[in-house]
Design a protein around this ligand. Structure first.
Ligand code: UD1
Ligand code: CA
Length: 456
């Protein structure tokens, strides 16, 4: 059966005390809603319909790359009203799955199970048992344990208030039935809202099967209403990611001080020190060693690499057995051949550095192609930018560049050439020769250093 996912994301989130709509508040470095969209994509739904409202077009704008149908709910008249907005785009023979934009860590396996129940012809609810159910809709069951209705906190009598099984808000149901009940929803309740939860009693009255799936843990169904809950989910998410890494054999010096904000895949015998942050898709090969305070974003590091403290790597591909840092900055578009070395305070952007080449200290290498076995001396700068255009520098195999050299692009240093320290190179340097381009040293005899006047 095709599945249509409806994500409720119109609420303001007053308790966040923020200009940013609640569903855009970041969890693991990405908007909460994006986590829900990702989960939806994993389920292979026919279509995803996102009901938004508070904050106007900020929400669809922030997530414009996602192939979803954005539906504006101008007034937030309740969860039932929100789902009604999405129904015109959903066919009768589909299954509707309702998710919340502020419940970001819901698991795929749970949703699959819920969809299976609904697919066999039932209204399937996801519930959870809480030690403190205050504020939630209670699941009311009859003597035989059959669900009868959901009663919201405001409407519940004293007995109902003692029920600890609550509605997570997530449900699945064949579209035709859901549509039928939604058209009959009223708003005659203490909040004057259209409650989606009222459809349960309607299903029971129609003798339509109602199934309840009880979630195994609180975290996956936990909604975020304030910054404290946001931080709780952040650390729960972190703990889950690090537990997975350790299960796969990764050594974490302190799992509480590693942040994985995307997908991190590791080979065998990877060691990660404290305060490392991984964002986007990161791959670490066998035996990679990550030092403290290292940030790696959307990059691949082949086997045997060592990354020393305080190094930042972004959109790069690092070959086998490279050594980076401490304090190296590897910017987008950088590719390193095997056994290359970037030392402290070296910045590399959009460059290729060949096998066994070294840039060890205080250098900037941009828009450059470096061959194999090249040695770039301390403080070497590729001058790749004239304020308007970028130019390329080429440094061929076996070149030796002395310290403090400026290479004014476009320029080529040919195979085996040596560049004298302090040179400013603006024309090609020929193969196997020494090129020096610096002014002669002069001695000014008898020159006297200015003196400060003695104070009176
Ligand atoms: C709802 C449920 C309650 C459940 C709880 C779980 C109803 C009537 N109640 O209560 O049974 O225990 O969630 O958290 O469904 N939203 C819209 N448009 C609206 C109203 C809400 O998009 O007009 C969205 C909100 O942004 C939010 C979600 O729906 O993501 C839930 O809304 P909220 O107001 O938090 O529902 P609760 O009253 O907490
Ligand atoms: Ca809520």
């Amino acid at each position: 059966m095709p599945v249509d996912i409806v994500i409720l994301a119109a609420g303001q989130g007053t308790r966040m005390k923020s200009e940013l709509p609640k569903v855009l508040q970041p969890l693991a470095g990405r908007p909460m809603l994006e986590h829900v969209l990702e989960r939806s994509a994993d389920l292979g739904a026919e279509a995803v319909h996102v009901v938004y409202g508070y904050g106007g077009h900020q929400v669809p704008k922030a997530l414009a790359d996602w192939p979803v149908e954005w539906i504006l709910q101008e007034e937030q008249l309740g969860t039932g009203h929100a789902v009604i907005q999405a129904m015109p785009g959903i066919a009768d023979d589909s299954l509707v799955l309702v998710l919340y934009g502020d419940v970001p860590l819901i698991r795929e396996a749970t949703l699959t199970e819920l969809l299976e129940k609904a697919g066999s012809g039932s209204l399937a609810l996801l519930s959870v048992t809480l030690s403190d159910p205050t504020g939630y809709g209670r699941i009311i069951r009859d003597d035989r344990g059959q669900p009868q209705k959901i009663v919201e906190q405001q409407e519940a009598n004293e007995t109902e208030l003692t029920v600890c099984e609550v509605n997570t808000g997530i449900l699945a149901c064949p579209a035709a039935q859901l549509r039928n009940w939604l058209t009959k929803l009223g708003h005659d309740n203490s909040q004057g809202e259209f409650y989606l939860t009222d459809v349960i009693a309607m299903a029971v009255a129609d003798q339509y099967p109602v199934d309840v799936l009880i979630a195994s843990g609180e975290i996956e169904v936990m909604g975020v209403n304030d910054k404290r809950q946001l931080a709780e989910l952040e650390s729960a998410n972190r703990a889950e990611k690090t537990a997975g890494l350790m299960r796969d054999g990764v050594t974490l010096l302190d799992p509480a001080r590693v942040d994985v904000r995307g997908k991190l895949s590791c080979g065998r015998d990877v060691v990660i020190d404290i305060n490392a942050v991984f964002e986007g898709d990161v791959e670490l090969g066998d035996g990679v060693n990550i030092g403290p305070n290292v940030i790696v974003r959307n990059s691949k590091l082949a086997a045997g690499c060592t990354v020393h403290a305080n190094t930042v790597i972004e959109d790069a591909e690092i070959g086998e057995s490279c050594e980076l840092g401490p304090f190296a900055r590897v910017r987008p578009g950088t590719v390193l051949g095997a056994s290359a070395k970037l030392g402290n305070f070296v910045e590399v952007k959009k460059s290729y550095i060949g096998k066994g080449s070294k840039v060890n200290h205080l250098s900037y290498i941009g828009d450059t192609e470096i061959g194999e076995r090249v040695n770039v001396g301390a403080g070497t700068i590729t001058c790749n930018y004239d304020g308007a255009n970028k130019f390329k520098t080429t440094i061929e195999d076996d070149v030796f560049i002395g310290s403090g050299v400026e290479l004014i692009a476009p320029v080529t240093v040919e195979k085996g050439a040596t560049i004298g320290a302090g040179s400013t190179i603006s024309k090609n340097a020929p193969a196997n020769e020494l090129t020096v381009a610096r002014s002669e040293q002069t001695i000014v005899k008898g020159w006297e250093r200015p003196r400060k006047k003695a104070k009176e």
